[in-house]
Design a binder for this molecule. Structure first.
Ligand code: FES
Length: 231
């Protein structure tokens, strides 16, 4: 099997980078805001050359971001994975609205703030019997990059998920004047450095600033750290 035929996988190396295999497409995406300065739409940016294998910086200190340049060794990066391996379903709480219900696993928050507009998605979901509130609820929850927020239709139990191609986005957050996590889309396997596997999900955000307390996942610390990737 050639490299390009191997399944797309992100392997976490011990105190080192994310080892990407299977030719996963890589591009830049920016959080676009509305007139009120609220996160509103993802804006696609440049794409990077697709390579079968590459290593993405996880410590936040590489001088060749988004790629690893080996700096993690020089700085003694502690990349210990502290996140639970519990499934999303076991972590999430459910807020039941009249038409849609919102699952929320708070520990996965990547502080992208798409949930904050128009009085917040937690209030909106309780009014999903109103057409406008339902539309806004879907708009906000489905743009959450980490998949902290997942909507379900009450009648069918079906999850409302955005259609995402398997890919990785390098995220930028100009409103907060910082760079954000790796947005892993479309259900790509993330393998722990101990060989274990995290639940494969449509939306996942991985820390690339080195500051998360919930590694490998982003916990929003890049914003307070004012992480800059220089891209
Ligand atoms: S990139 Fe978000 S906490 Fe590191």
């Amino acid at each position: 099997m050639s490299d390009s035929e191997k399944p797309m996988t992100i392997m976490i190396s011990k105190d080192g980078p994310y080892l990407i295999s299977g030719g996963i497409p890589l591009s830049l995406e920016t959080i676009g805001t509305n007139a009120q300065g609220e996160s509103w739409e993802w804006e696609p940016g440049k794409t990077f050359e697709v390579k079968d294998r590459y290593a993405l910086c996880r410590c936040g200190e590489s001088s060749t971001k988004p790629y690893c340049d080996g700096t993690h060794k020089a700085i003694g990066f502690d990349g210990t994975e502290t996140a639970t391996r519990a499934s999303y379903a076991d972590q999430a709480e459910t807020i039941e609205g009249p038409v849609l219900s919102l699952d929320d696993a708070q520990a996965l928050c990547a502080f992208a703030r798409f949930c904050d507009g128009h009085g917040s998605v937690w209030s909106l979901v309780e009014k999903t019997n109103e057409a406008e509130a339902k539309t806004l609820t879907i708009h906000e929850a489905t743009r959450c990059p980490s998949g902290r927020l997942v909507l379900h239709e009450n009648a069918s139990g079906k999850a409302i998920e955005p259609a995402l191609e398997k890919s990785i986005a390098i995220t930028e957050d100009p409103e907060q004047k910082c760079s954000g996590p790796l947005w892993v889309k479309g259900g790509i396997l993330v393998e722990s450095q101990d060989g274990g596997r995290y639940e494969v999900r449509n939306r996942v955000t991985l820390c690339r600033c080195g500051a998360s307390s919930n590694k490998p996942f982003c916990d929003g610390s890049h914003a307070s750290a004012l992480f800059q990737d220089g891209l």
